[in-house]
Design a protein around this ligand. Sequence first.
Ligand code: 13P
Ligand code: SF4
Length: 371
Amino acid sequence: MFRIQRALPEGYSDAAPEELARRIAAAKAALGSRLLVLGHHYQRDEVMRFADARGDSFGLSRMAADRHDAQYVVFCGVHFMAESADILTGPGQQVILPDLNAGCSMADMADVDAVEEAWESLARVTDVERLVPVTYMNSSAALKAFVGRRGGAVCTSANAAAVLRWALGPGAGASTRGDKVLFFPDQHLGRNTGFALGYTASDMAVWDPRQELGALDEATIKGASLLLWKGHCSVHQRFRPEHVTAFRAEHPEGIVLVHPECAHEVAAMADGVGSTDRIIQAVGGAPPGSTIGVATEIHLVKRLGDENPDKTVVSLDPLVCPCSTMFRIDAAHLCWVLESLLRGEVVNRIVVDDDTARWARVALQRMLAIT
Ligand code: 13P
Ligand code: SF4
């Protein structure tokens, strides 16, 4: 998705780290309880040190909604997270993303126009009344609204199994809610969850939005329980089975924890598969002295190592890169949005229009009712 972040005014990009830190602290103190700074687990330390709360994408949105006194919510994360926060917060709250170009390449892989087209194609070969759309939290507000309008729900990596069980489980009367699910944007989360629920490879098919009829034939579509949108996370898809093999060869007693956005071949070799929060809990609960290989974003892995000095926490891929869009949020952008607020100027506000917000909220509330 195309977004434009204007260049920062003078005095930010070239300011020394200590000066930025001092100015951010001063702006926070002046704004007091009118300001809430949220930090996603993948943020850099220079930003995270100023977060009033840390968390995963959904947890942070809920915190924003619970803090009614916070007029300004500065969301240090990516665009879809700020949109979710705007949907869940009240009318007196304004959500700000310090760099508008902090998107999510995975969320951008399921553009709502492409999803509408896919739905129309599917309607020609299957009964879409029996097709339940489920979208991962990592998706635009427009896609969440699409799902809300068509009887589906949002899921997170922590509750995807419960949401899929709901979608394919008992519905009204004697029938199930749906015969199949269209799951987007992350094929890996969909596949890992499908396997965990007992579905087999032949129950799942990948829908390629760039190909006619998703590059599938009619029989495959009719026979599949899960149609998985061909999207992925460029950070998590880098982890390969060879990384697990190499880690286990070096640390035979080591523990392997992976995020469900990793490919199934990797997840199948792990000791634990879980969302960001579950990984944090698993590292915290591991016995002192453990060596833990983690397959997720590198800033979280490093922080887990720093905060668990009695354990050794390493990235499963020694060459892993950070999430490049999360990395766009830095101390200079944080300082700029805060000092703008001090001058009475709200920059980089994220606003979801009322109709989109209403239907996206329906999809989010269904998730909450299920889990
Ligand atoms: P969480 O939902 O755990 O915050 O993860 C978001 C994300 O972007 C994972 O890559
Ligand atoms: Fe998106 Fe992957 Fe970055 Fe998460 S880690 S924000 S899914 S690109």
